[in-house]
Design a binder for this molecule. Sequence first.
Ligand code: ASP
Length: 328
Amino acid sequence: MKKILMIGTGGTIASEKTPSGLTPELTTEQLLSFIPGIAALCHVDCLQLYSLDSTNIRPEHWLGIAAAIRDRYDDYDGFVIAHGTDTMAYTAAALSYLVQGSPKPIVLTGAQKPIWFDGTDSKRNLTDAFLYACRGCGGVQIVFNGKVILGTRARKTCSKSFHAFSSVNYPDLAVVQDGHLLQYMRCACYPRPLFYDTLDSRVGLLKLIPGTSSELIDFMLDRHDGLIIESFGVGGLPGGEQGEMFAELRRWCDSGRLAVFTTQVPHEGCDLAVYEVGRAVGELPGVLEAHDMTPEAVAVKLMWALGQTDDREKAARLFETPIEYDIM
Ligand code: ASP
């Protein structure tokens, strides 16, 4: 029988009703007591790492989850992480960079309704997650509402419905239907995972709106090591090469830092070379493009790349190297 480690971190799935609103209080053992059928599928050990609304998850928690997996990696066949849905896609991306090439499944799941709630999605999601941890592919994935989504490609796209997650610019890996796993994508063959334990969390995001002040880049210069600019369409800066924002971005780049361009458009990614407002921007030394990566993967990958080296060129190469199918 497979041995699975269940790691509890909080979220709606583990929440109780309190006078101040839903609060994660249930332990992993209490969650398991709602799905007795799991005992017939696998042996489960529990590790209660955090009890957090995932709004309160920070990069140090990602490092904590990765370290918990690393320290127990050889003792288990797979890992199920119960997590809040709000930042689950960030944690899935973070684990994809911190635990690269895992031959064992690392599965995140959660729910839109607490496990004691009538008609909850918790029991199905947890059961499917254990099934995938026992029979699915290695690597990091989210199992939710019957879909299996690659960790670097997941986004929360519905705030209330049970179909909360989508796979962006990449197909679903598998589905779980009535307890049967239908694996659409072939499993990659990995020997042993590479674990990382450093991130540089001084990464900031500037989302452009028409009329954004260029001074915001200057404000971010003192506070961040990496900048993400979420631009429009396939990408560009208001004013193009002649604009104030371009001058501020040049100062950013002259300081030896990286800036990554991504897009507010949900699908298909960016390409700065297409328009006049983007081409010169893309040619500035230190400016990178996120291509078709998710915003979550971009943020975490930049933290990871900057956490591995102080050398801008090396960090740029790390960022641009496809990892866990995050860039096509
Ligand atoms: N606020 C909750 C959380 O992310 C939402 C959820 O789990 O669905 O922890």
